[in-house]
Unconditional design. Structure first.
Length: 279
């Protein structure tokens, strides 16, 4: 499996000289399966460039998996050009939670007067799959959802192919139990021996006390979880919108010092836009 980070910024797209290295697009991660099937995790603003890439490669089919309905994870959908091409086929997966359906959830990104094109004018053939907690398969790739600890709920995913395990937990507050979510111990179990964990690491320990219940994790807690779970590679995602490149790099450096001190073999990095990870 090949993982490409098209957008890993949290909450709102950002731009400017402070965001060159880690990028400004919001959550969108592509997973290429070994048979070249395309899975997309979330439709943050990063999905715009991914859509252009799929058109360049003449890839007409993809599987789009949503974590939750917060705006930063949906706002790129109307700019995903394959949806305006009637030859496109999109398998769309997500848990509707309090919404009527997954269709309703995504349809809200294209409603007048907030957007000039109506959802009913989408030309792609979209099949909606209202999945919540049941594992499912996309060809040879096994997908296991897990509930996130986040306001308004959400789901993370474990993707397994050929014995390689990738866990994607964005927008997850490890040390606060949101209604409908799980607890720290449950996430530790879920991440056990993962080859790669991409986890929300939005806050520093100093910032967190004023932001408890906002739905995001402190990077030191994420490091602890990854070490305890025996994760091989840990990537921080959902970088805070105000975090300049030098500050993200600083967090990465501090995290590596903690890991060294613990004598753990964990490899840790702050994920950057356009980064590619092969498992
Ligand atoms: Zn978010
Ligand atoms: Zn969120």
């Amino acid at each position: 499996m090949i993982i490409r980070c098209w957008g890993i910024r949290g909450s709102i797209p950002v731009s400017g000289r402070d965001y060159i290295k880690y990028g400004g697009d919001t959550t969108c991660v592509e997973v290429r399966a070994e048979d070249n099937q395309v899975l997309i995790l979330d439709a943050g603003s990063g999905i715009r460039r991914l859509g252009n890439q799929l058109l360049r490669e003449n890839i007409r089919k993809c599987h789009l998996l949503f974590t939750h309905a917060h705006w930063d994870h949906l706002l790129g959908f109307p700019f995903f050009k394959p949806i305006y091409d009637k030859r496109s086929r999109i398998e769309l997966y997500g848990c509707p939670f309090a919404q009527k359906s997954v269709r309703h959830l995504i349809g809200k990104t294209m409603v007048r007067p907030n957007f000039p094109v109506d959802f009913k004018d989408v030309r792609a053939k979209i099949d909606f799959h209202g999945i919540c907690m049941d594992p499912f398969k996309i060809h040879r790739l096994h997908v296991e959802p897990v509930l996130l600890s986040h306001p308004n709920q959400g789901i993370g995913y474990k993707l397994v192919e050929n014995g390689k395990v990738f866990v994607f937990l964005t927008d997850n507050e490890l040390t606060y139990h949101h209604r409908g979510g799980l607890r720290y111990e449950d996430y530790r179990k879920f991440c056990r021996n993962a080859d790669l964990l991409l986890h929300d690491a939005e806050y520093t320990p100093a910032e967190y006390p004023a932001r408890i219940t906002w739905g995001h994790s402190v990077y030191t807690d994420v490091v602890r979880l990854a070490i305890e779970a025996g994760v091989k590679k840990l990537g921080f995602i959902h970088h805070n919108q105000d975090r300049a490149d030098c500050e993200v790099a600083q967090i990465e450096k501090k995290a590596r010092a903690i890991i060294r001190k613990a004598g753990s073999p964990l490899h840790c990095f702050a994920a950057a836009q356009d980064q590619v990870i092969r498992l």
